[in-house]
Write a protein that binds this ligand. Structure first.
Ligand code: ADP
Ligand code: MG
Length: 340
């Protein structure tokens, strides 16, 4: 489902370490999720009787299972079966799918539809879905036709029955929260094994808990929005989730103009503010919500996004390109996570 690799967050191991003896290294496990997304889990120690090879395999299986629920790049996933179910019929779904959709719809309501997981027809129209990149930009009639086929209000949710309904012929696309859902699933596994000191990351989403083997906190940084991978801002996280979204990596050109893969449903067109990255911290560790919010704030851009984020008391951090270089803007709530 995720065709692009995006590593906006970076972990700096042992940066600023002042311990004189060489600290023990964490146990590091890596792999690939959703066919193209790098994942990494570091733990300070594994429970007695388990080893890194078995744990890596268990974590990879969780990600493969997550793909089998959420992907829209293969027809046999739970989400695709739901997308084919008859309109106006309740479908019993897994807790993972229910939670992802419920979280996404909450962000749609908060952003009045800027974030919308039914945006698929527009994503495809602009060539960011499974279909080819169009040779010319879509015209107004094509955009209007695609916009008529979207609308998060047509998603029915019955939490008590763990059921979802398509109230109209819409298609759900959870590409924008897959990484967050994956981090939450990996985190739940570690917690179930009583592992308390870990760092979990899937592409642009990261969760930390506890300490590194040297007793210090895990160090996570927001990257420069230029694809260089250089750290721009170190975050003082202890047990939070953070998700980043960037309009500088995932784009393509139509008629010589750059288009981002994030679409503003209000206009039916890709966002035009370039070179922006936005990071959202979830103090409660909910990476699924942080991931949806990062995409939403990426679509909104810094001017509109910061107004909404202040109102909602969210920790949001933008880096944007200006004629003089890059500029940083963030909310009051973000200050708690920036080192002195
Ligand atoms: P990244 O952080 O890797 O740049 P995102 O997490 O922001 O990516 O998700 C981008 C994907 O979200 C797109 O490929 C598309 O499938 C989907 N998408 C595009 N626009 C929207 C939108 N307004 N609301 C929800 N999902 C969107
Ligand atoms: Mg996202």
């Amino acid at each position: 489902m995720f065709r692009y690799v995006c590593l906006v967050l970076t972990s700096l191991l042992f940066a600023g370490c002042s311990v004189s003896e060489a600290p023990k290294d964490p146990v590091t496990m890596t792999g690939v999720a959703f066919h193209s997304m790098p994942w990494m889990v570091k733990v300070s120690a594994l429970p007695a009787g388990t080893d890194a090879v078995a744990t890596q395999a268990a974590l990879q299986k969780i990600l493969d299972d997550t793909n089998a629920v959420l992907s829209t790049y293969q027809p046999d996933t739970e989400l695709m079966r739901f997308n084919r179910a008859p309109v106006e019929q309740w479908v019993t779904v897994s807790p993972m799918l229910l939670r992802a959709v419920e979280t996404a719809v909450g962000v749609s309501a908060m952003t009045e539809g800027t974030y919308d997981i039914t945006v698929g027809p527009l994503v495809n129209l602009w060539g960011f879905g499974p279909q080819a990149v169009p040779e010319s930009t879509p015209d107004a009639a094509q955009i209007a036709a695609a916009r008529a086929r979207i609308g998060w209000q047509h998603i029915g949710i019955d939490r008590s029955k763990s059921a979802l309904m398509r109230k109209a012929d819409i298609q759900l696309d959870l590409s924008s929260v897959g990484e967050g859902v994956a981090v939450d699933a990996l985190t739940a596994y570690l917690q179930s094994r009583s592992i308390t000191d870990y760092m979990v990351s899937v592409a642009g989403c990261t969760r930390v808990s506890g300490n590194r083997p040297d007793g210090l906190h895990w160090v996570i940084a927001i990257e420069e929005p230029d694809g260089s991978g250089r750290p721009r801002q170190i975050l003082a996280l202890t047990q939070q989730a953070v998700s980043s979204s960037g309009s500088y990596r995932n784009y393509h050109e139509i008629d010589g103009k750059r288009y981002s893969h994030t679409i503003d449903p209000a206009t039916g067109a890709p966002i035009t503010h370039h070179g922006v990255s936005v990071s959202v911290i979830a103090p409660d560790g909910n990476n699924t919500r942080a991931d949806a919010l990062a995409t939403a704030f990426n679509v909104l851009g810094p001017d509109r996004g910061l107004v909404l984020a202040e109102r909602e008391k969210l920790a949001v951090y933008y880096i944007e390109h200006t004629d003089e270089g890059t500029r940083v803007r963030y909310t009051q709530a973000m200050k708690a996570w920036l080192p002195e």
